[in-house]
Design a protein around this ligand. Structure first.
Ligand SMILES: Nc1nc2c(ncn2[C@@H]2O[C@H](COP(=O)(O)OP(=O)(O)OP(=O)(O)O)[C@@H](O)[C@H]2O)c(=O)[nH]1
Length: 375
């Protein structure tokens, strides 16, 4: 079987530093060859011309709302690329700053041919340290981009004070406590921090954030109801794009001591994590998960999990984006490795109690429920 090509999706609000990151990826010596797909908003491709490295092939997805037209474009481009396998090692997709990354991520689960050939390696969100806090208030896309991230590059730290940095990190953590977070100036993160991360592997998240599945706060049940899910006749109004490029003067040393993380409640976006120390019956688990995802999918932005099935030497790994779910048996549990199931749901208005009770009662059956560790 040929290896699936890893795909890195770079997202982030307008002007956050996505193209800067992409240029870094394309110019640094890493011995890997990347095919680049750029999604732009508007008729005329500009980003394409801003991307350096003439040797790299840049494919443009153009025109309109990514939710509707671009998915088809993306599928077409990836299928085209697959016919020229061997010419590149990985794919990087840069999305428009206005996109909700969900439809892009979903492409890698939904389209059978794409799924066969490529795997979503990580969603990397570039955030503008100067403007993110503001955008989180007025731009739902900005929030979705943070919530979706596996890796967050907190860029433009040269433009903020240590206090402001702590504040924005706290806001990011309130939305997404799981992503690896790197501070950057001109998107200067080590490339191994963003590329070929296999970020869907929960183990990696646990390495970075050992407390990942522990104590977290869930938000209240508020929602502004604005989720960017477009139908086929999307009539999105995308006109209020203020192009906040943060060209201010650097006024603080970004190496200033870390002011300590602030904690915020995010009323809208939160997460539910469950772990269970004991075998899980696939015949109960799979229908439960499918039902949950079908029913609450619109509110569940991301779901991921590793499950220890009864009498199964391999780990069952699933991940999903909204209603689209994908799971398979992967590597074997290692000698001495704790056979613990871990599940995470990230989204809006999650029915935490229902999810927990569902897992305990439906999946485990009431008697086994005691063993479940609440996190
Ligand atoms: N001060 C400062 N400016 C930066 C930094 N990173 C990028 N910029 C500048 O910010 C502007 C936007 O950067 P881009 O990389 O084009 O951002 P983008 O996210 O691709 O922008 P869009 O394509 O408009 O969404 C450019 O003028 C960059 O030179 C940084 O860390 N600090």
């Amino acid at each position: 079987m040929t290896e699936k090509i890893p795909v890195t999706v770079i997202t982030g609000y307008l002007g956050a530093g996505k193209t800067t990151l992409l240029n870094r990826i394309l110019t640094e010596q890493h011995g890997r060859r990347y095919a680049v797909i750029v999604n732009e908003f508007g008729e005329i491709g500009i980003d394409n011309d801003l991307v350096v490295g003439a040797d790299e092939e840049v494919f443009e997805m153009n025109n309109g709302c990514i939710c509707c037209t671009v998915r088809g474009d993306l599928i077409r481009i990836i299928e085209g690329l697959m016919r020229r396998r061997g010419k590149f090692d990985a794919i990087v997709v840069e999305t428009t700053g206005l996109a909700n990354p969900a439809p892009v991520a979903q492409t890698f689960f939904m389209d059978a041919d794409v799924k066969e050939a490529a795997r979503l390696d990580a969603v990397v969100t570039v955030a503008d340290a100067k403007w993110l806090s503001e955008r989180l208030k007025d731009a739902p896309e900005a929030k979705s981009q943070i919530a979706f991230a596996d890796v967050i590059v907190l860029n433009k730290t040269d433009l903020v004070s240590a206090d402001e940095l702590a504040e924005v990190e706290g806001r990011i953590r309130a939305i997404n406590p799981y992503a690896a977070l790197h501070r950057a100036v001109r998107s200067d993160v080590p490339l191994q921090a963003v590329l070929e991360r296999n970020a869907f592997d929960l183990d990696r998240i646990l390495e970075i954030e050992p407390a990942f599945l522990e104590a977290e706060e869930s938000g209240h049940d508020h929602d502004d109801g604005h989720d960017h899910e477009c139908g086929p006749d999307c009539g999105h109004d995308h006109h209020d794009h203020d192009h906040q490029h943060g060209h201010g003067h650097a006024h603080e040393d970004h190496h200033a001591p870390h002011a300590g993380m602030k904690h915020f409640h995010d009323d809208e976006m939160h997460s539910v994590s469950i772990r269970h120390d004991g075998p899980v019956d696939p015949e109960r688990f799979v229908p439960w998960l499918n039902d949950l995802i079908q029913r609450d999918g619109p509110d569940i932005l991301r779901s991921k999990g590793i499950i220890a099935f009864k009498d199964e030497p391999r780990r069952f790994v699933f991940q999903g984006v909204h209603q689209i779910l994908d799971g398979d048996l992967q590597r074997e549990w290692k000698e001495g490795e704790k056979r613990e199931s871990r599940l995470v749901f990230i989204g809006r208005k999650l029915k935490e109690q229902e999810i927990r009770e569902g897992f305990e009662k439906i999946v485990l059956g009431a008697s086994a429920a005691q063993e479940t560790l609440h996190s």
